[in-house]
Design a protein around this ligand. Structure first.
Ligand SMILES: [Zn+2]
Ligand SMILES: [Zn+2]
Length: 198
């Protein structure tokens, strides 16, 4: 816990994401736990690589708290639809895999019912309000759960993903620049992916 001073408050995630929800709470906790266990003194925004196995709200929290982003190439999406988060410290080579133990429906047994009601044809403004309230309550509960209750946490061996840089070349068809590794060859010409099919 002594390293927790490094970790941004949850309100920063909400500011970025736009609302409070169970997903951002899950991502926040995953990032917080991993940073507490893996952080080295030389902290930087490129210290970690995050591999996320879903594209839900939680990924926004991972980005804000760990500094891993799509743009820097240290946020890798494996779209398996699983609440699994792997954080790798590039300096130490240490990696932690966190897998959510409970579904949101198990964390709050009323949630499925309230959600279905809020999304039904006959939903009243009160039903929608109740859904928002429940989301807030579940997020709060997730923020307060113990590490082990929330996640299965295990160290893993990983090859440290390298940040790769590619130069751009001109597509022979549309004339726009395209990163070398995304360019394709068509009839001997270098083309971009959208130009490949038409
Ligand atoms: Zn959300
Ligand atoms: Zn093109």
């Amino acid at each position: 816990m002594e390293k927790s001073g490094f970790i941004l408050p949850f309100s920063e995630v909400t500011r970025f994401h736009g609302h409070v929800c169970p997903g951002t709470a899950i991502g926040y906790r995953a990032a917080e736990i991993a940073l507490k266990k893996l952080r080295s003194p030389r902290a930087s925004d490129e210290e970690f690589v995050a591999i996320v196995e879903n594209d839900s709200c939680s990924v926004d929290a991972i980005q804000v708290v760990t500094g891993c982003t799509m743009g820097k190439g240290n946020l890798i999406l494996k779209d398996y639809g699983k609440h699994v988060y792997i954080l790798v410290n590039r300096d130490s080579g240490e990696a932690l895999r966190l897998s959510l133990n409970k579904s949101i429906e198990e964390i709050n047994l009323d949630f499925a019912k309230v959600r279905d009601k809020a999304f039904s044809e006959s939903a009243s403004p009160e039903d929608k309000l109740e859904f928002e309230k429940q989301k807030n309550q579940i997020a709060q509960k997730i923020l307060e759960m113990s590490d082990e209750e929330l996640f299965k946490i295990e160290p893993v061996q990983m090859d440290i993903p390298k940040v790769r840089i590619f130069s751009s070349i001109k597509c022979a068809k549309c004339g726009e620049m395209v990163a070398e590794n995304r360019a394709r060859i068509k009839n001997g010409d270098v083309v971009c992916i959208p130009c490949l099919d038409n």
